[in-house]
Design a protein around this ligand. Sequence first.
Ligand code: HEM
Length: 393
Amino acid sequence: MLSQETKSIIKSTVPVLEEHGTAITTVFYKNLFDAHPELLNIFNHANQAKGRQQAALANTVYAAAVHIDNLEAILPAVVQIANKHVSLGIKPEHYPIVGEYLLKAIKEVLGDAATDEIIQAWADAYGMIADAFIGVEQGLYEKAENQANGWKFFKEFVVADKVKESENIVSFYLKPADGSHVPAYQAGQYISVRLAIPGEDYLFNRQYSLSQAANPDQFRISVKREADNDPNGRVSVYLHEELAVGDAIEVSSPAGEFVLDSEKDSPVAFISGGVGITPMMSMFETVAALTPERPTVFLHAARNESLHAFDRDIQNHLATMTNAAYKTLYSDLPDGYITRAVLEEFVDITGDVYVCGPVPFMEAIIHELRAMGMKEQQIHFEFFGPAVALRTV
Ligand code: HEM
């Protein structure tokens, strides 16, 4: 427990830290990686290059500190981040390292303004926040390891097949190298892949949604090829151009909270933009397999026909379902957007909606769904990349 005095120091200094947030986290990451270059095997270098992860980690520490009296209040956010951490193999021993460099960065940027008292208060608060994460992560690791065919951290897989789905999306079928099966997962979950790319000093990690319903034989991920000059493209270009059938790749256990409640039979709508279709495929296939009579809508936005993945698969599932509708809109064509009118025509606002796609796409769709009267608990969404705030109000 933190003392009242510590809590009041934390609360009064949060605004100061937020004001200097970028400076503190820039110093933090630079010093952290200078002292512990091995951590570059875990962190996403592209996020570093764009300064995105900097903001995510620090903002969360500050947000958690504000709720230090009642960390329960931010548990959903902790669980979501913990899933990402577990998928990346973050261990309890990493926390003191991050804590040490965060505190040193606060001291370095604030100088004399950061008194010993203030630094001690933040050390105590960080310790409590770290313990909350470590506890949740331990539970997730145990769950992953104890399920049938489960494991924790990374496991070696091989590429069993590679299938082109559209002009820029390729699916990879991944099987455990030891010939075993893969665990059952919830539709919508993701895995991390870890790769050594020839000529690069550090390993690369990326998360990809599983893009088919749980299947004991294999995982499937479907990867969009990013532009050559995008730092994020390093991995997707390598996967598209170099990684071949028979090659090895390391894979983590399925994780993530953006999942279909497959027990329900109430109306459900899947709304995706571009490669955001991948978790939807897993969810849609699961509905088709388990509850084919469930009222289901699949709305997809693609730029044009050549970039439109999975059309035939969706049509095949539709043929086995009794109450499902599917519509794709091409934004290169006039009226090619999922507008309010399209949503009103297709979405049953008494049910659940799952949304995945680029951030502006999701902001627009979520805004409309709320305006149509849907409640927070009915709207489920996930965006790719670090948790940046969505502007959906
Ligand atoms: C991702 C917070 C500790 C490594 C994240 C994200 C947040 C966050 C908000 C983004 C989540 C998302 O993308 O959905 C925190 C907080 C920590 C903490 C509040 C301490 C209490 C750590 C530690 C490590 C770590 C100890 C390992 C040394 C990572 C990595 C990512 C990540 C590798 C993925 C993003 C990237 O690679 O850029 N964390 N984190 N974090 N965190 Fe943490």
